[in-house]
Design a protein around this ligand. Structure first.
Ligand SMILES: *[C@@H]1O[C@H](CO)[C@@H](O)[C@H](O)[C@H]1NC(C)=O
Ligand SMILES: *[C@@H]1O[C@H](CO)[C@@H](O)[C@H](O)[C@H]1NC(C)=O
Ligand SMILES: *[C@@H]1O[C@H](CO)[C@@H](O)[C@H](O)[C@H]1NC(C)=O
Ligand SMILES: *[C@@H]1O[C@H](CO)[C@@H](O)[C@H](O)[C@H]1NC(C)=O
Ligand SMILES: *[C@@H]1O[C@H](CO)[C@@H](O)[C@H](O)[C@H]1NC(C)=O
Ligand SMILES: *[C@@H]1O[C@H](CO)[C@@H](O)[C@H](O)[C@H]1NC(C)=O
Ligand SMILES: *[C@@H]1O[C@H](CO)[C@@H](O)[C@H](O)[C@H]1NC(C)=O
Ligand SMILES: *[C@@H]1O[C@H](CO)[C@@H](O)[C@H](O)[C@H]1NC(C)=O
Ligand SMILES: *[C@@H]1O[C@H](CO)[C@@H](O)[C@H](O)[C@H]1NC(C)=O
Ligand SMILES: *[C@@H]1O[C@H](CO)[C@@H](O)[C@H](O)[C@H]1NC(C)=O
Ligand SMILES: *[C@@H]1O[C@H](CO)[C@@H](O)[C@H](O)[C@H]1NC(C)=O
Ligand SMILES: CC(=O)N[C@H]1CO[C@H](CO)[C@@H](O)[C@@H]1O
Length: 778
């Protein structure tokens, strides 16, 4: 009796707690990136990102997007300028008044959302309008305006000459979504319903006073509550920067760590707020606006980068979200699809009876190996996680049956099963291929991996690291003792996988490849000398002091030094991937960073390859606006010059988090050598000193490469926390500028302005100055 009374009372209290969302508030913007201004607003009613075209050019439509983490819900409209005024250039500017933005709550039907005012500088017509999932908007945008499914059609609601309401009933459930526009000054709507109701109405706005702007009030709202069988309503509770990060008075860490934590809360607090928009107590989101939902890989990589500074609450939110979504075979979830778009996916899978039950995708191979390394580091090397394993792993999962421990063991078994063949017989065919023919690791696509199926990052870094983690967790008594093979498996992978990826190139072949590449890619020969495009931005004015183009530090250089290369002066670099026939995709790449941050017992040959990759592009990966992720300059298959050009999502473009990975990894490896390095926040487990630490020439080269890398990173400062940028070359200046991939590429993948893993930089110190990155660059 008593027990059941208490349970009922508790359940009541729980419902109350849950009905009251207590998110940390946020209100910031604009963040201007990739031709859009981004604003964020979050309170205890809603969380929303507003994205608006940042400039007007003649006749160009202006795009307006609202994107919500809850249900991964979105609404977008393209405003098309009208040529109504004689002598007009028909430009249309749309500007948000940030002070007008507030949350919207209509208790009558539980609608929540966002409201605000925009000022529009011209007459306009409503173009394509999308209402439903963020994914629906993404599909349209990323397909260059071709993908638009009838099932997502909206209908015209109430309208008069000052108001237009667009309505969408979600595919399943009772959610209704409204996208409303009200002309509050100098605007008159003219709305003509289409005779065919499945086609859009004609909506125009005219300004009675052509000399001034019109003001439009938008309201974007919907009534959806996340539901799971056992938790009928779980609002997303947003974490503020104070609970997201450690604060300097909660640790007794090094002074470098205290400085970094203080910088995050003080000078860097605007950046910390951006991170907070992606941080919720039950999951973290990958990025805004295009990825405002759970992505396993993004969140685990972000966690790994942020380990020195992230709070226990946040670390466990990320780890828990991954474990919650583990499937029966121990495969980890790549992406969750929720809300309206989940219905669409379920129907596509002939499972429409599931309604809008979340759909979990398990396509990515790299994701499977990312949990164990970060979990092992969290439990055994970082103070936040020490002594947390018992309680945390005892947590009951809400999305899947079982405790976190049971789900973790499934992943451990999965990792052991995938790696056993190679561990027993280390030949190429026993490497682990990507599961899906078109996607496999963070480089996503066929083209991103150069049509390879064995990715370097997975085979050479993530698998050995996951196996090491199993050994570490077993040793710490966190995993049961039946994984005694893990350590042996790890050694086999560490020793035998990377040699398959080696590509040997002679000095003369390297030189002629570069000469050919510079022409094919419309670059300039000047980039091949000294500091290349970094000539004016480097730390020191004297070429050579930081190993720019030193023979012992470049591909095809005279490697008589400590390079570890053979005496015939051939250089070795590591292929991006291997094709099904085992042949290497000879593309220089930044995934070496995975080895640096994740792997143990890294070979001297790889360290030498890192030094050589950290040279100016096209000799290496560094441009004056950031490190690029792929470079086909040395590829004997010259068609890859096109496949990896600067219009490709994973071509000669810069992903900021990859710079962060490389920088954190270098810092970790130097730390393993016991080198006192101001950049060192990574906790280094003693006893892991690699053999090459005794090679002083190599160590000097590594520290020089580190400085070069940070010169390049500093050049990307205006886009440091964004998703992706494309370096655009100016022959006149001999340097690159930050280009907007979405605008210059016909396939139109625009970069997100705020991307979770790019905030990994908040845990780093610039080794050139000893200052926390959170403070900004000098
Ligand atoms: C949200 O917070 C405000 C002010 O802090 C409060 O007045 C309001 O009642 C809260 N709303 C909800 C739904 O909790
Ligand atoms: C506006 O003018 C431009 C340039 O003359 C033209 O391309 C466009 O079709 C016109 N738009 C309308 C709606 O008339
Ligand atoms: C169009 O814009 C250009 C550049 O802003 C300006 O020079 C030109 O006078 C404008 N034309 C008209 C007809 O307003
Ligand atoms: C008119 O709209 C343009 C573009 O949105 C904006 O730049 C300008 O500041 C607005 N003018 C006023 C007076 O609000
Ligand atoms: C609004 O939400 C409350 C609490 O979840 C629920 O009791 C009520 O029925 C909902 N109202 C409507 C109109 O759906
Ligand atoms: C808008 O509609 C109202 C009511 O129908 C009418 O009184 C008013 O004149 C209209 N305004 C314009 C500019 O058409
Ligand atoms: C959403 O709102 C509609 C009316 O606008 C209502 O019929 C429906 O029950 C609501 N659904 C939820 C989940 O509150
Ligand atoms: C209405 O438009 C849709 C989509 O273009 C089309 O498939 C349908 O045949 C049209 N219906 C009528 C009655 O014209
Ligand atoms: C919408 O109506 C306006 C004004 O009548 C007209 O100029 C425009 O061409 C129409 N747009 C479409 C797509 O029919
Ligand atoms: C820690 O420091 C912050 C300011 O940096 C302060 O607001 C907070 O109260 C302090 N917490 C404790 C437990 O001392
Ligand atoms: C979801 O909606 C689709 C399309 O209307 C329908 O076929 C399906 O039966 C619905 N499923 C549920 C569970 O409501
Ligand atoms: C109102 C609306 O969005 N109508 C669209 C419905 O879907 C068809 C095809 O997918 C589009 O052509 C309509 O514009």
């Amino acid at each position: 009796m008593l027990t059941s009374f208490i349970l009922t009372a508790l359940a009541g209290a729980l419902t109350l707690c849950r009905a009251q969302n207590s998110s940390a508030g946020l209100d910031f913007g604009p963040i201007d990136f990739a031709s859009y201004n981004n604003y964020v607003y979050r309170d205890n009613i809603t969380a929303c990102q507003i994205v608006i075209s940042d400039s007007s050019s003649p006749y160009a439509p202006a795009r307006f997007v609202t994107a919500f983490p809850n249900g991964n819900t979105g609404a977008a409209v393209y405003f098309i300028p009208r040529n109504t005024t004689a002598n007009s250039n028909s430009t249309l500017g749309v500007t948000l008044d940030p002070t007008s933005v507030k949350s919207y709550l209509a208790s009558i039907d539980n609608q929540t959302g966002i409201q605000g005012d925009v000022s529009v500088s011209g007459d306009l017509e409503f173009g394509v309008t999308l209402i439903g999932g963020v994914r629906t908007v993404r599909d349209y945008v990323e397909s260059g305006g071709t993908v638009f499914h009838t099932i997502f059609n909206y209908t015209l609601g109430y309208h008069d000459n000052s108001t237009v309401v667009l309505v969408r009933h979600w595919i399943n459930g009772t959610t209704v979504q409204y996208f409303s526009w009200q002309a509050t000054s100098n605007g008159v709507f003219n709305v003509t319903p289409n005779a065919n109701v499945t086609l859009p109405p004609n909506i125009t706005l005219t300004r009675p006073d052509q000399a001034t702007n019109a003001t439009l009030r938008f309201t974007s709202s919907y009534n959806f509550t996340t539901t799971t069988p056992s938790t009928p309503s779980v609002p997303l509770e947003g974490l503020g920067k104070e609970s997201l990060f450690l604060t300097s008075n909660t640790t007794n860490g090094t002074s470098a760590l205290s400085d970094v934590l203080a910088a995050i809360q003080n000078n860097g607090s605007a950046i910390a707020d951006q991170t907070a928009f992606l941080a919720y107590s039950t999951k973290f989101l990958a990025g805004g606006w295009r990825f405002l939902t759970y992505f396993g890989r993004d969140t685990m990589l972000a966690l790994r980068l942020l380990l020195p500074v992230i709070s226990q609450t946040s670390a466990e939110a990320i780890l828990g979200a991954v474990l919650e979504r583990t499937n029966d075979t121990g495969t980890l979830c790549h992406e969750e699809t929720i809300g309206d778009y989940a219905s669409f996916v379920n129907m596509g899978n002939n499972q429409s009876e599931l309604g809008n039950t979340p759909f979990y995708s398990y396509v990515m191979l790299d994701t499977d190996f990312l949990l164990l390394p970060v979990l092992a580091d969290y439990f055994t090397a970082y103070p936040q996680g020490t002594n947390r394993s018992t309680d945390f792993l005892a947590t009951q999962s809400t999305l899947k049956n079982g405790t976190f421990r049971e789900l973790l063991l499934k992943n451990v078994d999965h990792v052991m099963n995938l790696s056993i063949a190679f561990a027993n017989d280390p030949k190429k065919e026993n490497l682990v291929p990507i599961r899906d023919p078109t996607v496999g690791d963070w480089r996503d696509s066929n083209t991103g991996l150069g049509y390879g199926i064995y990715p370097f990052d997975v085979e050479c870094a993530l698998i050995p690291s996951a196996l090491r983690a199993i050994a570490t967790l077993t040793e710490a008594g966190i995993l049961p003792s039946n994984y005694s093979n893990a350590s042996t498996y790890a050694s086999v992978w560490e020793t035998n996988a990377s040699p398959f990826f080696q590509v040997s190139i002679s000095a003369s072949a390297a030189q002629s490849s570069l000469t050919n590449y510079v022409q094919a890619a419309n670059l300039s020969e000047s980039l091949l000398y000294g500091a290349g495009s970094l000539n004016n931005t480097q730390t020191v004015s004297t070429n050579g002091s930081y190993g720019w183009s030193d023979a012992g530090q470049i591909i095809g250089g005279d490697s008589s030094g400590s390079s570890g290369n053979s005496s015939n002066s051939n250089s070795t670099f590591y292929a991006l991937s291997l094709k099904a026939d085992g042949s290497p995709v000879e593309v220089l790449h930044s995934d070496l960073g995975f080895v640096l941050l994740y792997a143990n017992n890294v070979s001297q040959s790889i360290m030498q390859a890192v030094i050589e990759a950290l040279q100016p592009y096209p000799r290496g990966l560094l441009t004056n606006v950031g490190m690029i992720v792929a470079n086909a300059a040395y590829d004997t298959n010259t068609t890859n010059i096109e496949t990896f050009n600067n219009l490709q999502y994973h071509g000669t473009v810069s992903w900021s988090w990859q710079q962060g990975l490389m920088a954190a990894g270098l810092s970790r490896q130097l730390g393993l050598c016991g080198l006192s390095n101001t950049a060192q926040l990574e906790t280094v487990v003693p006893g892991d000193k690699p053999a090459w630490c005794n090679d002083t020439t190599l160590l000097t080269s590594l520290t020089q490469a580190q400085i070069r890398l940070w010169d390049s990173i500093a050049g990307s400062a205006p886009a440091l926390y964004t998703e992706v940028l494309s370096p655009v070359f100016s022959t006149a200046n001999g340097t690159f500028s930050i280009g907007d991939l979405g605008a210059i590429s016909p396939t139109g993948t625009e970069g997100d302005a705020i991307q979770l893993w790019s905030y990994g930089f908040l845990a780093q110190v610039d080794p050139r100055t000893g200052k926390p990155v959170a403070q900004g660059f000098p």
